[in-house]
Design a protein around this ligand. Structure first.
Ligand code: ME8
Length: 639
């Protein structure tokens, strides 16, 4: 297989100690969207996900409920597989670290590294965190401190002393630093690279990779009282899953490895950006192209997690809102590089405004109008300037989307698509085909055709995010299925609009949800009752610096200005502010100001405002914008 035409993407393998939640769904949807995006780029795709089933944490959890570890982990697998089905996660392989092929390949890996001298036997003692399965390093505690807290979970650690095997991590310190230097795009977002480099620069110690204190792990070859430390076996799933160490799968391994994209949460960056590349270097294998490290989904101010008991059940969400809408929300509404708050009110708002209004209504209005005027078959139109502008806008959108998808900023890619969707809506509105049909049938047919072409492009580009709904949309245009032997992005970019559509009538593509109380957010009730302000309330308000890239007065209002504001990684936002006549667009354009960015979006003069500019008034009641005293990066958070 031509390496440029293949794409291999992975998710973390999740601990099989509980059912999946919205956080695990998030990583998995990101990987699925990447996989599907590369399918529409005409590439062959392999998508690996699965479960991490060995280790002390699993053994202890099993013991608590009186089950053997194997029976215990088996019980969670249907929960994962069923949920992935509901959410249309189209993985190529679901790896379980208890699979025989994985165990055998890990033993092969150990043997190879022992022969090379990169795994050796020694003794280890130190403060150990059982839940996180890591030892503290010297930097993590004071000399003489008793049971110092774990750096990750803050729980007290225990002193452990044991004979064990080590991996020669320290040997790879310089090679790692060289690799980071030569591959500055290895980690997205780039800012996280600095943390990793600093950690490696501070000095690496050899890594203990075996345990004798438990039996629930991959036994060491020829020394079976040692089992692998869970991360040594877990990280290697990314190679064993595509055939490493398996005689009958050598061609498969050659075809897929190295991975193009590895998705993970920021909690496990050290394992993936330090240990994992070192393991691969020791195995003389190429390193993955890109680690995409996303932030946390939070509920209130806490990370959503199984152990904190504040997780949201994605199955409940899919029943209430539909899996595609939830996928859309996760991709477009959460900025991949930041932590994001989950809120059902916000989800409902996005479904109503982005999906039902912007996409669903456009389809419905166009198809009903076509039907009313006896139009079923739609042929290419007689394109005029308005349609050529739309085509140009689509080409620009595609280029921006390809760029953003490539660097892993999926939310930005889809923000660009939404600008195109808005442009199509404005086009449809401005051309008033319902009037044209009475005066100029040919022009009417052209407007319907341009709208169909645009909806076709929208459906293909949104298909990675909402596969089911977009196939429905394509069907409504008379297109039965997508055949993945074309590079659709190039097709959309280069070919003139020459499609033929057969419009099918149907129900609204997206149902607007009834606004509900946040019943699925366990923290909201608590927040509502408490009227006093605590630091937590203050932290809830996300205030950021942004640059007003463009600004204009709003027709029909003597107060409002409409600004396009650049918030860096958070993307561009459209924000309305009632500041005229004291502040004019000219005074604001090109300046930095301060905005609340997690305010519920609201319609102003028929358009959406996605935030609020902060201002103050002086003694004469004049509006004064608030600005940082000197320029700061866009998107900087006020704290
Ligand atoms: O760490 N927000 O497994 P795990 C966003 N087995 N993502 C979240 C999240 C949240 N609130 N909570 C979890 C492990 N995740 C190891 C991985 S890989 C070789 C071994 C996602 O079940 C996120 O991707 O604790 C995070 O990195 C992962 O689930 C942790 O899953």
């Amino acid at each position: 297989m031509d390496k440029n035409q293949t794409f291999y993407v992975t998710t973390p393998i999740y601990y099989a100690t509980a059912t999946p939640h919205l956080g695990t769904l998030y990583s998995t949807v990101l990987a699925d969207v990447a996989a599907r995006w590369h399918k529409i780029l005409g590439e062959s795709v392999f998508f690996l996900t699965g479960t991490d089933e060995f280790g002390q944490k699993v053994a202890q959890a099993a013991e608590k409920v009186g089950k053997t570890p194997q029976v215990f982990v088996d019980g969670f697998i249907p929960g994962y597989k069923d949920l992935w089905k509901v959410y249309e996660i189209d993985y190529s392989r679901f790896i379980r670290t208890t699979d025989a092929y994985h165990i055998q390949a890990i033993q092969q890996w150990i043997t190879n590294l022992q022969e090379k001298g990169d795994i050796y036997k020694g003794a280890y003692e130190g403060w150990y965190c059982t839940p996180c399965e890591t030892y503290l390093t010297e930097k993590d505690f004071e000399v003489g401190e008793k049971n110092p807290p774990c750096v990750s979970c803050q729980r007290p650690t225990e002193w452990v002393s044991e004979e064990c095997y080590f991996f020669k991590l320290a040997k790879y310190q310089q090679a790692l630093l060289d690799f980071y230097k030569n591959n500055p795009n290895f980690i997205t977002p780039k800012e996280r690279m600095a943390e990793v480099v600093a950690f490696v620069q501070s000095g690496l110690q050899d890594l203990s990779i075996s345990r004798t204190t438990l039996s629930w792990g991959v036994p060491f070859p020829y020394d079976s009282q040692h089992v692998t430390y869970v991360w040594a076996d877990a990280l290697n799933n990314y190679i064993t899953g595509v055939g490493y160490g398996q005689k009958d799968r050598e061609a498969e391994f050659a075809a897929w490895w190295p991975a193009n994209l590895q998705i993970l949460g920021k909690d496990i960056i050290r394992f993936h950006a330090v240990y994992w590349p070192a393991f691969l270097m020791a195995s003389n294998l190429p390193l993955p192209e890109q680690l995409l490290v996303h932030g946390w989904i939070k509920v209130g101010e806490q990370k959503m997690s199984k152990s904190l008991g504040n997780s949201i059940d994605p199955l409940v969400l899919s029943k209430e809102y539909g899996a595609d809408a939830v996928r859309y929300y996760l991709i477009k509404q959460l900025a991949i590089t930041q932590d994001g708050q989950f809120s059902t009110a916000d989800l409902e708002q996005r479904i109503t405004s982005d999906l039902a209004n912007d996409v669903g209504n456009l389809l419905q209005r166009m198809s009903v109008l076509a039907e009313k005027n006896g139009m079923v078959e739609v042929l290419p139109g007689q394109w005029k300037q308005e349609e050529l502008d739309l085509q140009k806008k689509l080409q620009e959108t595609l280029q921006l989307m390809v760029y953003e998808m490539d660097r892993g900023y999926f939310h930005m890619a889809y923000s660009h698509l939404w600008k195109y969707i808005n442009a199509v809506n404005s086009y449809f509105h401005a051309l008033e085909p319902w009037k044209l049909v009475k005066t100029d049938k040919e022009r009417f047919a052209t407007v319907i055709s341009a709208t169909c072409h645009s909806l076709y492009a929208i459906a293909l580009l949104l298909w990675p995010v909402m596969p089911h709904k977009m196939e429905e949309l394509l069907e409504r245009l008379g297109i039965k299925s997508i055949v993945f032997d074309k590079n659709y992005v190039q097709v959309l970019e280069n070919v003139c609009w020459d499609m033929r559509f057969v419009i099918q009538q149907g129900d609204a593509l997206f149902k607007k949800p009834e606004p509900s109380e946040e019943t699925m957010n366990p923290f909201v009730e608590e927040i509502k009752k408490d009227t006093s302000i605590t630091i937590d309330d203050v932290i809830k308000v996300d205030i950021r610096v942004g640059t007003i890239v463009s600004c204009q007065s709003v027709d029909g209002s003597d107060k409002l200005v409409k600004s396009q504001v650049d918030f860096g990684d958070l993307g561009m936002r459209q924000i309305f502010s009632g500041v005229r006549p004291m502040l004019t667009p000219e005074m604001l354009q090109g300046t930095q100001a301060i905005f609340v960015v997690n305010l519920k979006p609201r319609k102003m003069m028929g358009e959406e405002s996605q935030g609020m500019m902060l201002i103050a008034k002086n003694d004469e009641n004049c509006i004064i914008p608030i600005r940082p005293a000197s320029p700061v990066p866009n998107g900087s958070k006020l704290s």
